[in-house]
Design a protein around this ligand. Structure first.
Ligand code: PMP
Length: 354
């Protein structure tokens, strides 16, 4: 039978595996998707309910009010901000705006699982560069992987799933070595959780380097993962290109209004982030007391480099009531959530100790 052939790149795409979901009624902690453990604020729910009145209309295509609020919050020009259906979609738009067929895109690995998919869908060739044994990105190796065919370098900072963030001197060296016609994407989905003082302010880096794009999201610190709102910050010319390559009406009216309400409640939401940061310290300390070697984390998750035992550990954790995210043969990522969840997790890690 004659069939419509899939693009070979699509037929061979690696799967994006979503974190395990909590079965309805199950008493389980969901630590599998780096979500915010707190329920939405009442003010955000009110904004969502109000916005629901208008869903028979298309949303503001360019999310004007939200874009202006993000720009004011970050101290940039609104022309530099492009919103989209979560930062994962914005990444696709960024690549589609700059990458030509057969260009190379350098990215760290293991890192965010959307990268190889986004690169393949952009008709580009991925050049994965191994992350160091300590979970840090190997920026010198990434710079060395740049060739005349390279069009973009993806920098995940903090790196999902290993946790460390790129430091200022490392990034400075990378940007010195990468030619100005190669885009450097700083994926900062977890930036609000960073406490390492050596991590640079990406917006200051962008002010100096026109080839930089910063990706951010309302999914993590702002707790809106279910509404899909992310954005890029870039120089206006690049931002206009990303906007042109974006899915029309990508952010719903409900999402726009919820993100605006979240920005208004920023201080309260960042207090919640601080409790997660403190819980992260407790989780890391508890693991290290048990003898685990785990990378420092600047994000809302920690990485257990379990190698071949990753899947078995995840099963054990599920039995104990915590859903975690295994990466077969490599390790397990555990999101930081409620203190009760940390307690259960540490019981599992204690029984699983090497
Ligand atoms: N970047 C990184 C590094 C992530 O871990 C994630 C979410 N897992 C995203 C981007 C995408 O987040 P969202 O699409 O929800 O904004």
């Amino acid at each position: 039978m004659t069939q419509v052939p899939l693009r070979p790149a699509v037929a061979h795409l690696p799967a994006y595996v979503p974190g395990a979901r909590v079965p309805v009624g199950a008493a389980a902690f969901k630590l599998s998707s780096n979500e915010n453990p707190f329920p939405p604020l009442a003010s955000v729910v009110a904004a969502i309910c109000d916005a629901a009145q208008d869903v028979n209309r298309y949303p503001d295509m360019y999310a004007t009010e939200l874009t202006e609020a993000i720009a004011a919050d970050l101290g940039v020009d609104p022309a530099q901000v492009v919103t989209g259906t979560g930062s994962v979609a914005v990444l696709n738009h960024v690549l589609n705006a700059v990458v030509n067929a057969k260009d190379e895109v350098v990215y760290p690995w293991r890192s965010f699982e959307a990268y190889p998919i986004a690169v393949a869908l952009a008709h580009a060739e991925g050049v994965p560069v191994p992350v160091r044994a300590d979970g840090r990105l190997d920026l010198p190796a990434m710079a060395a992987a740049v060739t005349p065919r390279t069009r973009a370098v993806l920098v995940c900072t903090p790196n999902n799933p290993t946790g460390p963030a790129v430091r200022a001197d490392e990034l400075r060296h990378l940007l010195e070595q990468v030619p100005g016609n190669v885009l450097v994407v700083l994926d900062e989905a977890y930036v609000e959780f960073v406490r390492d003082p050596d991590v640079p302010d990406a917006l200051a880096v962008l002010a100096k380097h026109p080839n930089v794009v910063v990706l951010r999201t309302f999914s993590k610190a702002y707790g809106l993962a279910g509404l899909r709102v992310g954005f890029a910050v870039a120089r206006p010319r690049l931002a206009a290109g990303i906007r042109a390559a974006s899915t029309p009406f990508g952010v719903s009216h409900v999402g726009q209004m919820a993100a605006l309400a979240s920005l208004r409640a920023k201080d309260e939401l960042l207090e919640r982030v601080e409790t997660v940061v403190q819980e992260r310290a407790r989780m890391l300390a508890g693991l290290r007391v048990q003898g685990w070697t785990v990378p420092d984390s600047e994000a809302n998750f920690v990485w257990l480099p379990l190698g071949e035992r990753a899947a078995a550990f995840a099963q054990e954790a599920t039995r104990a009531g915590v859903l975690v995210r295994p990466f077969a043969g490599d390790g397990v990522r555990v999101s930081v959530g409620e203190p009760e969840a940390t307690a259960v997790l540490l019981e599992v890690t204690e029984s699983f100790r090497r």
